[in-house]
Design a protein around this ligand. Sequence first.
Ligand SMILES: Cc1cc2nc3c(=O)[nH]c(=O)nc-3n(C[C@H](O)[C@H](O)[C@H](O)COP(=O)(O)OP(=O)(O)OC[C@H]3O[C@@H](n4cnc5c(N)ncnc54)[C@H](O)[C@@H]3O)c2cc1C
Length: 441
Amino acid sequence: MCSSPAVRQTATSRSAEPVVIAGGGIAGLTMALTCHQVGVEVIVLESVRSIAPLGVGINLQPNAVRELIELGLGEELDAIGIEATEWALVARGGNDVWSEPRGRRAGYEWPQYSVHRGELQMLLLRAVNERLGPGAVRTGHRVTGYRNSSDGVVAVVDTRDGATTEVEGSVLLAADGLHSAVRSQMHPDQPPPHWGGQILWRGATLGPPVRTGASFTLIGTMEQRFVHYPISRPDPETGLQLQNWIAELTVDTSEGLGASNWNEKVNTDAFLPEFADWTFDWIDIPSLVNDAPAVWEFPMVDRDPVETWVDGRVCLIGDAAHVMYPVGSNGASQAIVDARVLGAHFIEHGVGPDALGAFESQLLAPMSELVLRNRGHGPIGILALVDERSGGYFDNIDDVIAHSEIDAYMSTYKAAAGFAIESLNAAPPTIAPGSRVTVRS
Ligand SMILES: Cc1cc2nc3c(=O)[nH]c(=O)nc-3n(C[C@H](O)[C@H](O)[C@H](O)COP(=O)(O)OP(=O)(O)OC[C@H]3O[C@@H](n4cnc5c(N)ncnc54)[C@H](O)[C@@H]3O)c2cc1C
């Protein structure tokens, strides 16, 4: 479990300079709200000129939902998210391998939500603007590097009008994602993003509810799979829901890595023929893909773990720290948890290098392990096993794999990813209500 003990504290934050955050994505905006909650001044520098609701679906695990609820965003989140109730693995032939309850139905005290990434980002942005004032997020500000001094840090910034400027702070938190400029300076010799040959095509299509109407479903094999989950409630008039989907193929890596941007729009020729006969009585995958208004391509990449996330008063958080393959729904969830854990360390150690070091000590090792674990099979390993034993076609799954074998595999994965039910339910809040940063650092 990646939460920190709750702490309440005393005295004044050392420097008058704000916490400077590079990046206004899920990690950066949650960090800004957390700083505000604990009484620390903050500025977010975001490279795009205007934050737009980009992306398609993401899943927020109960540990992350808990943090957003504790930030006072529970109602807004419930209004944009679908509470996921089922997680199902389905073989290539369309028959169930495994299904289990999720969120509160599984015993968590907090729900799991499937949500549109862009809507979540806009929700966080609205909250930041309301609570901190509209000046807190400076768009059109690309952080290109930093300089540490003994008692502060300077972020070097290219602005939208072509100027270069500097923003001083007590610490710089790099929430600038997969292609983090701050990480590049901190680790100048890091290799390019790691790609294992998988390409994801993503879309969202209006369609009738599938399974429970709130299920996360993973169909196929290691080399060819389809992920499906709804990200809106059914329209009261049409009954249709927005269905998030991901088609994934493994290709020859000798063709080289493509663009690895989240917003690369493409047509469906490259993958749809491979799914032409994936029509089952409960889901028609070719129609779902064909009816999508837009399709985005994204090579599945991560980065090799690094030995440190901290350089003086600079610290990496979210994807900048530990971007990972999206096979276990932990990217956005962990970005939120990072912000909260760091906030707790600000309370305990003050805003400075001690807090950054404590954050790294708590999370770097388990996150590095998770990055590497997600490169392996993740929960999809079970489908690989079923495929190996049956070719994906069977009448009775019990003839292929024992229930206890799947159960054991899943429990290990969930514990490693930090969302074991008992420990989350028993953990105190990461940041106790009313806690403020008062320690000198
Ligand atoms: C446009 C977009 C669409 C996405 N769509 C999906 C999706 O559909 N499904 C999914 O699972 N994941 C998606 N992701 C990734 C997902 O949001 C992250 O894996 C996860 O939420 C962790 O968030 P993060 O805040 O660490 O990083 P990100 O969400 O990547 O946010 C990084 C932010 O930093 C900004 N930024 C980048 N470089 C700089 C810089 N040098 N200076 C200042 N700001 C900078 C970016 O514009 C962005 O706002 C998307 C990411 C982006 C940026």
